[in-house]
Design a protein around this ligand. Sequence first.
Ligand code: CA2
Length: 145
Amino acid sequence: MAEKLVYVLNGPNLNLLGTREPDIYGSQTLDDIADLIEDRARELGLAIDMRQSNHEGHLVDWLHEAHAQGAHAVLLNAAAYTHTSIALLDAIKAISVPVYEVHLSDPHTREPFRHVSYVGMAARDTFQGHGAQSYVLALEAAANL
Ligand code: CA2
């Protein structure tokens, strides 16, 4: 049987991870996180498709694509769009693939404008505040679906 496919979608500015604000986001780059998730996915018998975009519409299109491809799950770190994007909320509601919200930091301990999560309103579950391990925890939850 083909491996279950998990999309790992990353939003704006996450391509710059590891270059600034290590106190908040850690020192790992997005490529380091991709390696970490790939290793865990292999152990869990999952296949990963990891992507990053600074454009909201790309994230919406990729959620639709995950649905069309029959993906097993989506891990979504929508970055700042988490707190602003009704388009992402609608897209998550429009697809039947379970979406797990992921954050490196814990937005609830930060500025008040990060306390609202449109993604979280439709996500299956949220993993936040564990640095890169937040992705691994979300992947393990997806594996147990
Ligand atoms: O903690 C997370 O994973 C966030 O999704 C990261 C977003 C932030 O807007 C969310 O509230 C929480 C920001 C990502 C910005 O990434 C940077 C990378 C390098 C340097 C500065 C920011």
